[in-house]
Design a protein around this ligand. Structure first.
Ligand SMILES: Cc1cc2nc3c(=O)[nH]c(=O)nc-3n(C[C@H](O)[C@H](O)[C@H](O)COP(=O)(O)OP(=O)(O)OC[C@H]3O[C@@H](n4cnc5c(N)ncnc54)[C@H](O)[C@@H]3O)c2cc1C
Length: 519
């Protein structure tokens, strides 16, 4: 292979400047002096961040993401500091709607596990013991994480068998099945605890129990948002990486990953330039990485089983986000919206139904059955008043096609969908909301597909169902030598972990001693 880019040869090329790519770059800087060992991040957008960004519409600023657990130890590892606002009152509200009686019940989720537990025990006294057992169990399962290894050897496996009984026992369990094991008497307890599956981006009957339970434990220990918007993270990460000697190429798309004799050799950019690199780490959409950039045939000849898994991997759903700018008169705090995230739902069964319909390619919409997120970032970090309605799951195909084929109709449909969810919000949560709206901006699956580069608009890459999660997840060390995918799980914290995992694998354990996470 003749390389013709006019660029230097790299030790490592990272495809994608989202949190996983930037974290990989920073973790790599712990192994090598980047001024002597060239490292390059290639990002197809104008700026880094990927899913994690902040954008302006008129004078309003919106974050794409809303909430993170405590990432202080990871920021410390990366030597990065930023101001984070902690949700110290309620970290979320669950609004349970009875659409027949048009009544609504607000269940606050305290930003502290003990307070939340106490609240549940008082509200559901006949289930108090079981509720305590549930939290105890989840905490113990979470504490077992420290014994997991990314690439366990025989001795590690023996240790995991002894030290991680709860993780192993629940590794094939969905969160819904997991909840059932605690045999709560009051069905509302299931409704309330199910809210954590919404935060994991799936319905409880699909989401891996380990993911949801551990995400619950960590977010209840403390949840945050950056004071100056989520874009602060990628910007700080990028600046640090460049200061350390790393290079970042934005507005540049990788078209192909070059392999030779089952070993990665570099990448080809969409402008035809070829860049040589000893190691390539992709953080792009998993299917995109293998099907479009590497080629399934090449992957198949390296490892048939791995290629088969890629072919059948379930990708996560897409979403619609309705960004609303409001006047200064309305007081969103007075509606109790000064939390990290709120879910308004007609119940678990609705959430499951939405996913059943999504799997058939439909977006189920009914005034009688609905489930979506309502977030007011301005109520917690100040600034001009904003509200975001977040709808998951949404099938992508129709939106992607419509945007390409009939832009006018696409805009009309976007407005229609925004109206539907704004009406519900006005009816149940914020009376006279419409009188205060100044601007509305809607992101559809077509927006996400284009921005992230995910062919089917998947917001969270691989779907965290049990057969796709934990030990069943597609391995980060691919069967092609020196080609890695940084995919721990979705979320900002897991994306940081993904970067550390890759540097750890490359270095034979110099970052985390082979541990699966940096806790
Ligand atoms: C709407 C939404 C809300 C979310 N809310 C939260 C939240 O509240 N809290 C939380 O913790 N997580 C949240 N997440 C999840 C979290 O943002 C993501 O899991 C995480 O940011 C993924 O980071 P990443 O770097 O792995 O992937 P991405 O952010 O997708 O980054 C991949 C990057 O690769 C680039 N790329 C793709 N293909 C190519 C190519 N061929 N060449 C060059 N570059 C390429 C893309 O442009 C992108 O910048 C949310 C995600 C979405 C979409």
């Amino acid at each position: 292979m003749h390389f013709s880019s006019g660029m230097r040869d790299y030790k490592i090329i990272i495809i994608g400047g989202g949190i996983s790519g930037l974290s990989t770059g920073l973790a790599f800087s712990k192994l090598y002096n980047l001024k002597e060992t060239p490292a390059l991040i290639i990002e197809k957008q104008k700026t880094v961040g990927g899913c994690v960004t902040t954008f302006a519409r008129d004078s309003y600023r919106f974050d794409t993401v809303q909430i993170i657990p405590d990432v202080k130890n990871l920021l410390k590892f990366f030597d990065i500091s930023t101001d984070l606002v902690k949700f110290d009152h309620n970290y979320a509200n669950l609004y349970l709607v009875n659409s027949e009686t048009e009544s609504i019940e607000t269940i606050p989720i305290a930003a502290d596990e003990i307070n939340f537990q106490d609240f549940l025990c008082i509200r559901y006294p006949s289930d108090a013991k079981k509720i305590k057992r549930f939290f105890r169990y989840c905490n113990r399962m979470h504490s077992e994480l420290k014994f997991l290894k990314t690439e366990p050897k025989i001795l590690d496996i023996a240790k995991i068998l002894i030290k991680c009984p709860k993780i192993l026992y629940n590794s094939s369990t969905t969160y819904k099945a997991f909840l059932k094991k605690f045999k709560f008497k009051n069905s509302e307890v299931y409704e309330v605890l199910d809210v954590f599956s919404s935060f994991s981006g799936l319905s409880g009957n699909r989401c891996a129990a380990l993911l949801t339970a551990c995400a619950m434990v960590t977010t209840l220990k403390g949840s945050y948002r950056p004071k100056k918007g989520f874009i602060t993270f990628p910007h700080l990460f990028r600046n640090k990486f460049i200061d350390l000697g790393g290079e970042v190429l934005t507005n540049t798309e990788v078209k192909q990953i070059i392999t030779e004799n089952n070993t990665v050799k570099g990448v080809i950019l969409s402008d035809g330039r070829q860049i040589k690199s000893e190691i390539v780490v992709s953080t792009a959409d998993t299917r995109n990485t293998f099907v479009d950039m590497t080629g399934l045939d090449i992957l198949k000849s390296a490892n048939k089983k791995y290629a088969e898994k890629v072919k059948n991997v379930k990708m996560s759903p897409s979403a619609i986000a309705i960004h609303i700018g409001l006047d200064d008169i309305i007081d969103l705090k007075s509606f109790g919206l000064d939390t990290g995230y709120n879910v308004i739902t007609t119940g678990r069964a609705t959430h499951e139904k939405l996913f059943d319909e999504w799997e058939q390619g439909f977006h189920y919409k009914s005034e009688k059955e609905f489930h979506f997120g309502v977030i007011s970032p301005s109520a917690t970090i100040g600034g001009k008043q904003t509200l975001i309605l977040h709808v998951v799951p949404v099938p992508s195909e129709k939106w992607i096609k419509l945007k390409k084929q009939d832009h006018e109709k696409y805009l009309l449909e976007k407005n229609k969908i925004a109206d539907f969810y704004i009406d519900l919000t006005e009816k149940y949560l914020i009376p006279k909301l419409r009188n205060h709206i100044k601007i509305v901006d809607v992101s559809t699956p077509a927006t996400y597909s284009r921005y992230i580069g995910s062919p089917d608009g998947a917001n969270f890459d691989m779907m965290p169902v049990p057969e796709n999660f934990g030990k069943n997840r597609l391995k980060s060390r691919t069967p092609i030598n020196n080609l890695y995918i940084a995919k721990f799980s979705h979320g900002i914290w897991p994306s940081m972990q993904a970067g550390l995992q890759i540097a750890d694998m490359i270095s034979g354990g110099k970052i985390m001693k082979g541990n699966a996470s940096y806790l």
